[in-house]
Design a protein around this ligand. Structure first.
Ligand code: ZN
Length: 98
């Protein structure tokens, strides 16, 4: 396990956060309703009546508009963060405490 020695502290922190957090954690912390038992919810990106937004373990994919990504992209589509680094900061502040 020498990988740690070759990565910067900040990068290491970021990867450990995304390893600890799930997409459901992000949704509940941000005050969104839980996805249904099929892990589907209504898409925050496009207007729709039926849920076509599939919540994955650490990401999402919308079958309606094709939006997809990981946890940072999820923070952005939920309007928690405006870019990758503010998403990382939000996760650190809300979840990054051990
Ligand atoms: Zn969509």
């Amino acid at each position: 396990m020498t990988r740690r020695a070759y990565t910067s502290t900040r990068r290491d922190q970021t990867s450990s956060i995304t390893e600890r957090v799930t997409a459901r954690d992000v949704l509940s912390l941000a005050g969104f309703a839980e996805p249904n038992r099929n892990d589907m919810m209504r898409c925050p990106v496009h207007a729709e009546k039926t849920a076509s937004f599939h919540v994955l373990e650490r990401g999402f994919r919308c079958f309606g508009c094709g939006a997809h990504g990981g946890l940072f992209a999820l923070c952005i589509v939920l309007d928690i963060a405006r870019d990758h680094s503010s998403a990382a900061r939000w996760l650190e502040e809300n979840i990054g405490h051990e």
